[in-house]
Ligand binder design. Structure first.
Ligand code: NAP
Length: 263
């Protein structure tokens, strides 16, 4: 199947490593021009160089914290200046601080809201004038399976990402007539540094080893293992591509069926 992604122009935030990086790599292999982003300048430049060497396509590395109010508009502007427009926006960031209702203060909640919700709002708002000029406009928000099956001690993620799901569906309904598709992927346990961090917290709490915790987690997943970032990326690349032209307003679990409910 031809995904028809050649020469499409994409921005994916939170992409110097993990799910974002794997998706940027996949898009670049399909011939997209890709802008990637992260907060650490050395890491994002290194990732951009690596991607460009490996795929031979135009890659730019943009430094900035997507959770800050003024950064999303700048990231969009830099992408459009470099590529002459924008067809694909993938809104992704790092995960919020873990914690329970007793341990999380207002400031930590607000940071989680900026990271897991407002970054998506601001990126999409700034991107829309450019996406409206594209004949293959697509937005993908990256959320989490925890909106369907909350995880203990991840109260901010469990709560705030539901707002991003509401945003995604609302925009799919509003923007469909303009030919702009809006979807979300709800990743399950996928082997990235974020997961290692979460498992390390369990190692401390349970006085166990990382290997024990990884095995215990994998045993709860019907496919019997965690996912690989490329498995997330394959779904993301299809959803944002013109090959998925009749798919909008979809919240897709890519989770090995760790979510046990039907919906
Ligand atoms: N992996 C999983 O199993 C899983 C499951 C469900 C949901 N998720 C969610 O999916 C998202 C991506 O996860 P991941 O596993 O790929 O995480 P990761 O391995 O920690 O990678 C996160 C990426 O985002 C960048 N980043 C973090 N905060 C940022 C910010 N404020 N602005 C711009 N860039 C930022 C990081 O670079 P810098 O640190 O240099 O900024 C890095 O490139 C997270 O929100 C995570 O919670 C992941």
């Amino acid at each position: 199947m031809d995904l028809n992604l050649k020469d499409k122009r994409a921005l994916i935030t939170g992409s110097s490593k993990g799910l974002g990086y794997a998706t940027a790599l996949g898009l670049a292999k399909e011939g997209c021009k890709v802008a990637i982003n992260g907060r650490d300048e050395a890491k994002i430049k290194g990732a951009a160089e690596k991607l460009s060497k490996e795929t031979g396509t135009q890659i730019i590395g943009l430094v900035g914290d997507a959770s800050l109010p003024d950064v999303p508009a700048r990231l969009i502007q830099q992408t459009v200046e470099a590529f002459g427009g924008l067809d694909i926006l993938i809104t992704n960031t790092g995960g919020p601080k873990p914690g329970s209702i007793d341990s999380l203060d207002d400031d930590t909640w607000q940071k989680g809201i900026d990271l897991c919700f407002m970054a998506h709002v601001r990126l999409i708002r700034s991107a829309l004038p450019h996406l409206r000029k594209s004949d293959a406009a697509s937005i993908l928000t990256v959320t989490s399976f925890t909106v369907r099956q909350p995880l203990p001690n991840l109260l901010i993620s469990n709560s705030v990402r539901s707002a991003t799901i509401g945003l995604t569906k609302s925009l799919a309904l509003e923007l469909g007539r303009e030919g702009i598709r809006v979807n979300s992927i709800l990743p399950g346990w996928t082997e990235t540094e974020r997961v290692t961090e979460l498992l390390n917290a369990r190692v401390k709490a349970n006085n166990s080893t990382l290997e024990d915790e990884a095995k215990r987690q994998a045993a709860e997943i019907p496919l019997g293992r965690m996912g690989q970032p490329e498995e997330f990326a394959n779904a993301a690349i299809f959803l944002v591509s013109p090959a998925a032209s009749y798919i909008t307003g979809t919240m897709l679990n890519v989770d090995g069926s760790v979510v046990k409910g039907v919906y």
